[in-house]
Design a protein around this ligand. Structure first.
Ligand code: NAP
Length: 282
């Protein structure tokens, strides 16, 4: 039996166990995937336990995507550039960190590629997911500029500094979520991408942009996939904006992790159906 897991805090909302266990069953693989809740101060010990018990791989979710790097034997080149890991593979008994969020994000936004090129992008959040999204935007799209809006201004400034040389033609700037001119900042963006967990179950009544208004020419993406439609997306849709939820990205990043672990393609259609069914029940 090959063992896999997702480590996060909180992690109960995660549908990764359902995704991977459904795929293992459909393909007849002797594998099991579980959710492990680990507080930041316990991360080292959690990884040591999985290493000792011979886990073949695991995912990392909030808030550990950056901190996990120091507990691994290697981090691949792309994940080093991003500065965050969401997938760990055991190779030659070494734990290797990889980032599949970038690929998941790129595939899910492929239908909207032309809307991002030359656009002003507002990125909400500056954590692990924001790093993968920003890297993907800078390396594979050509936005006119990116404004990083975060609760902690310092972290947003650090992210802008870390990625400043990745695509020198695209100006990066950092702003606080508590800025007085929040509405002005949102109004100037053609693309808004939420990478914060605000609005995720159980806080579905919340939005990272509570008071601000959207317009019909905007594209608004939320990485959250539980619920399928967050309060942020509802508000954007009511204003006529184009909206994209996080489910496609979730499916694509998971399929990539699955391929790295098993060498097989995740049966995307039936797995997606199972996940949608589960989401409808919630
Ligand atoms: P993370 O590393 O912990 O970063 C969280 C970010 O959100 C930080 O910028 C943090 O701001 C901000 N934040 C947290 N709580 C906040 C609050 N109450 N108000 C305002 N800002 C807040 O987490 P992550 O790994 O980037 O994940 C973030 C979200 O993306 C999660 O909901 C996760 O499920 C989702 N995600 C989805 C996919 C997908 O495939 N669809 C993939 C990756 C992530 P500070 O810096 O001020 O703390």
């Amino acid at each position: 039996m090959n063992l896999y897991a997702i480590i996060g805090h909180p992690v109960a909302h995660s549908l990764s166990p359902l995704m991977h266990n459904t795929a293992f069953e459909l393909l007849g693989l002797q594998c099991r995937y579980e959710a492990i809740d680990s507080e930041p101060e316990d991360l080292r010990e959690t990884v040591a336990t999985l290493r000792e018990k011979g886990y073949s791989g695991f995912n990392i979710t909030l808030p550990h995507k950056e901190a996990i790097r120091s507990h691994l034997d290697e981090v691949d080149k792309d994940a080093q550039i991003i500065g965050a890991v969401n997938t760990v593979v055991r190779r030659d008994n070494k734990l290797v960190g990889i980032n599949t969020d970038t690929r998941g994000f790129l595939r899910s936004l492929e239908p909207f590629r032309t809307r991002i090129t030359g656009s002003r992008v507002l990125l909400l959040g500056a954590g692990g997911a924001a790093r993968a999204v920003l890297c993907a935007l800078l390396q594979h799209h050509q936005p006119a500029r990116v404004v990083i809006l975060n609760r902690s201004l310092e972290r947003a400034e650090q992210l802008a500094l870390d990625f400043g040389n990745l695509q020198p033609l695209v100006p990066l700037s950092a702003e606080s979520l508590f800025d007085d001119n929040l509405q002005g900042t949102v109004a100037q963006a053609e693309v808004v991408i939420n990478t914060t967990p605000v609005g995720m179950i159980p806080y579905t009544h919340s939005s990272p942009l509570e008071e601000t208004k959207f317009s019909k020419n905007q594209l608004c993406m939320d990485l959250i996939y539980v619920p399928l439609e967050t309060k942020l997306l509802k508000r954007a849709q009511e204003a006529g904006a184009t909206t994209v939820g996080g489910l496609d990205m979730f499916m694509h990043q998971g399929a990539e992790s699955f391929r790295l672990w098993t060498g097989q393609d995740l049966p995307e259609e039936p797995v997606r159906e199972t996940i949608l069914q589960k989401l409808k029940e919630q």
